[in-house]
Design a protein around this ligand. Structure first.
Ligand code: FEO
Length: 164
């Protein structure tokens, strides 16, 4: 059973939101690199890679439903954040926005009695819990570190180990 045209459009919009997320995290990585925090930059680069896989899954789902994806223009992301804590707080706020987008899509699929899309989206619902938790965990650590440079150095080292 094919998905509705409006569902295809809504998923296409989410496809672009995921690419926009990658763009935002790449910008945060660039900011961290410029401030000599390569570990935090690595964390953000890994996050951006994850976002592109989120977009690809939607791409694949649309393909399977004989719908094509359309690339929208991405808005220019913020280029610098006052502190690492501010950047991660912005990342968490962004993830909360994405969670809302996913939940809206689930509501739409329910309204359309589109069981296949609802089940497809369930992966994203679970993933968003993880996305918010990992940003929150970095916020908690950065708060613990406070203004101690040695603590930030250690946290940067820890973040350099993130691979996916
Ligand atoms: Fe694809 Fe971070 O949500």
């Amino acid at each position: 059973m094919a998905i509705s045209k409006s569902m295809a459009e809504a998923l296409n919009k989410q496809f672009n939101e995921e690419l926009g997320s990658a763009y935002l995290y790449e910008s945060m990585a660039a900011d961290f690199y410029s401030k000599n925090l390569p570990g935090l930059a690595n964390w953000m680069t890994a996050q951006a890679t994850e976002e592109r896989t989120h977009a690809q899954k939607i791409h694949h789902y649309l393909d399977e439903n004989d719908e094509r994806v359309f690339y929208a223009a991405l808005s220019e992301p913020q280029a610098a954040w006052e502190t690492p804590l501010e950047a991660f707080m912005a990342a968490l706020a962004h993830e909360k926005y994405i969670t809302k987008c996913i939940h809206d899509l689930v509501r739409k699929s329910r309204k359309e009695d589109d069981i296949a899309t609802e089940i497809f989206l369930s992966w994203y619902v679970t993933e968003q819990i993880e996305e918010e938790t990992s940003a929150q965990s970095m916020i908690d650590k950065l708060k613990m570190v406070g203004g101690y440079e040695m603590g930030l150095y250690q946290l940067d080292k820890e973040a350099s180990r993130r691979r996916e």
